[in-house]
Structures are given as C-alpha cells and as structure tokens.
Ligand binder design. Structure first.
Ligand code: PMP
Length: 399
C-alpha cells in the first residue's frame, strides 16, 4: 500500500550531501566534506569530570524530567558565557535551551512560518536551514553574499520588495560561506530591522572559532544594545556543538519573550526538554571554567589547518580557484574560475575527486535559488596538515 505522506514533505528532497556522504566510507579517502568539529579535540577529561559532578551533586535533576525552557543552572551559565562576549545585559530568562541550535531553527519554523510565507536567507546558506524552513512551507529568497557577508544594500531592497516573515543570517564565519560580516554591515542589518520592523535571526554556532588575536565584531545580539528598538526584533541561536561537542546536543535561543513562549510551547510537544543529563553536564563544564582553555586549543588547531589549506589551494590550483581566506570557522568556500579551459563545475569536480580519493561538497545545494554551480565547500577541521596537503594535491589532479 502506498503511504499517504503529509503534503509538507513535497517541499523537500533528501539532501544531495547525504548521498555524497554514503561514498565517504571508501578506504583511503581524504574528506573535506564534513561539517563536523574534530573529535580528536573533544575535551573528554573535562566532560567526564563534568558528567561525574552532575551525577554526584545533582543526580535527581540530571536524571529526572526537567523544565522545557531548560535547566536553570545551565541557563545561568549560558547567559554568563554570552555576557562575556558582549551581550552585557543578558539574563537567563531571556534564553531557552534547545536540543542543538538545529532545534531552535525548527522551533522558529514551527512558530513563525505558515505555508507561502517568505523568508530571506543568504545565498549560500546552511543546507539544513533551507530544508527545515521549506518543510514549513516557506518561500525562500536568497540575498547575495560576498567575502564580507551579506550585501546589506541588496538585503534592504529584498526586504522592501518581499516583506519577509523574517531574515535568517549566519553573520560570523558562515556555513558554508566562511564569511565574516563586517561591523558596518552588522549595524546596517539592525537599523534595517527597526526601520522595516522585520525580525532578524542570527545563527551563530561558529563565532567562538576565530583564528586571529582579536575576536570578530560583536554579535548582532551584543550590538543590539546600541541600536534602540532592535533587541525586540532579534533572535539569536547559539550552540556548544562546534566548540565543545555536538553529541551533547546543547544549543540555545535568545529572543523576544512572546516568541520564546510560543517556541517553548512547541518544544514541549516535541521533545519535552533537552536531555537533563546533557544540560547538567554542560552546566558543570561551564561552571568549572574549562571553556576558555578549550577554545584557545581548538582555535589554534583550526587556524593552522585553515592556513595550510589556503596555502595548498593557492599553490596547487592557482588561477583555477578563487576564495577568501577565512578568519574563523570550519570552512573554505571557493569558486572554480574555469581559467585556461579548466573545469568550472563543482558537482563534476566532486565526482572526479571521489575517484581520486578526496571528497568535498559541491556548493550548488547551499543556494535556496539561483545556485552558483562553480562553488565548493571545503572543510579543513577534521584533517591533519599532511593530509590537507595531499588531499588538495589530489583535488588539483582532479581539476
Ligand atoms: N546552524 C549552522 C549554521 C550550522 O552549521 C549547524 C551545524 N552544522 C547548526 C546550526 C546546527 O548545529 P547544532 O544543532 O549541532 O547546534
């Protein structure tokens, strides 16, 4: 009997990336395809100590059902973590804990999107966001991005034209663009939110992964304190996934009280609450003060790998490729130039590359509309420097 699935599934396809991932088990393959942090960098000792402390100090709370909004001590620790990053006035009540920031995106879809509603995203943007918002029937409109993030003049034009339900941005080391939105544009986005009374969603799982001495510009959340009227129009999604462990599934959402209330109601019917054991462990971890050390360590390793990959790409692929060297995050977003008759199709290169035992993700699926087929996303996060050099040499041979 054919199963009569819900109409909403007609709006989404299995991701092209998942199909590619099936090929990654091939022996000897060097993969730049994943969006994962490096599991070799997990602070296993720190997490073990934190899990032990959670079970020793508060076994009831860590193993019992909990509040949908999140475990109180974790909300306090997250608020304090965010205050240290410039969101000076943030209180625990202004955020809810989510099961990864992915759930925050799902809750946004559930609470805000009716079929046919327009949402502006970056072109390119996070693939799971495209899929998730489409599942709720959103019509997605892509705003163009350059090396400094979304082009705000274009964004404003699109807001005026489409009057979207909200705008979804990854301002800091975007996935897949790696781009860092400059401060002037950040202020422009907040001013635009106020001027057009448009909700803006800042998805920020990578902001702590900066490579230089100084942190990136303040998050939209932190800057919103300086732009009157903007905080009420801003949602900020954060996550421990890329800095501590994605397996913990601890993320959070800051937003207007009314929106958080509706999101909490929807979360209640979805997973009741994020794992109390994971939340208590995360709270103990943050309380123990290990995060700054962990961040310093991962930043250093990713910075070295990003530099090695950039150097190798310039050396091996020369004028066949163009990209902006990322200042943080996990990805190099590149474009095949087609110079001197070379290949300029990311999907075709991905096929040839797999044959040569190197993998990456072609860029086209990251666009909600008008894909640039010459683009590709290369992750440097999980591969050591020797393998990065070898993998990029294989990529050059494939080109
Ligand atoms: N947003 C972006 C931009 C991401 O890249 C990811 C993970 N790849 C997520 C959200 C979801 O992460 P998590 O649910 O693990 O917090």
């Amino acid at each position: 009997m054919p199963l009569n699935f819900a109409d909403r599934l007609n709006n989404v396809e299995t991701s092209a990336i998942r199909e590619l991932f099936k090929l990654l088990g091939k022996p000897g393959i060097i993969s730049f395809a994943g969006g994962f942090p490096d599991s070799a960098m997990f602070d296993v000792d720190g997490i073990r100590i934190a899990a032990n402390a959670a079970l020793t100090n508060e076994p009831g709370a860590a193993l019992q059902y909990g509040a949908t909004e999140g475990y109180g001590p974790l909300r306090e620790q997250i608020a304090s973590f965010m205050r240290n990053k410039g969101a000076q006035d943030l209180t625990p009540e202004q955020l809810i804990v989510t099961t990864g920031s992915q759930q925050a995106l799902d809750l946004l879809g559930k609470t805000m999107i009716s079929p046919g509603d327009k949402v502006i995203v970056e072109g390119p943007t996070f693939l799971a966001t495209i899929q998730c918002f489409r599942l709720y029937g959103a019509e997605l409109i892509s705003a163009p991005v350059d090396g400094e993030g979304v082009k705000t003049d274009e964004l404003e034009r699109l807001i005026e034209e489409h009057r979207p339900k909200f705008v979804y941005l990854i301002p800091t080391f975007g996935n897949p663009s790696g781009a860092l939105l400059n401060e002037e544009r950040r202020r422009a986005v907040l001013a635009m939110a106020v001027k057009h009374q448009t909700l803006v969603v800042e998805d920020d799982p990578y902001g702590d992964l900066y490579f230089g001495e100084t942190p990136p510009p303040l998050s939209l959340l932190a800057l919103s304190a300086q732009v009157p009227g903007s905080r009420e129009l801003l949602v900020h999604c954060g996550s421990l996934s890329k800095v501590l462990s994605p397996g913990l599934r601890v993320g959070w959402m800051v937003g207007p009280a009314e929106l958080l209330g509706k999101a909490t109601m929807c979360k209640q019917f979805s997973d009741a609450h994020t794992s109390t054991f994971a939340q208590a462990t995360a709270a103990q971890y943050l309380l123990a003060g290990r995060m700054p050390g962990t961040l310093a360590k991962v930043r250093k390793v990713y910075a070295e790998r990003a530099a090695a990959m950039g150097d190798a790409l310039r050396r091996e692929l020369g004028d066949g490729i163009e990209f902006v060297q990322p200042q943080g995050g996990l990805f190099i977003w590149a474009r095949l130039t087609g110079a001197n008759g070379k290949l300029a199709d990311g999907a075709e290169l991905a096929k040839r590359a797999i044959e040569n035992n190197v993998a990456f993700v072609p860029g086209a699926p990251f666009y909600a509309s008008n894909p640039d087929v010459a683009t590709l996303r290369l992750s440097f996060a999980t591969v050591g420097i020797d393998k990065i050099e070898e993998g990029i040499a294989r990529l050059a041979a494939s080109l």
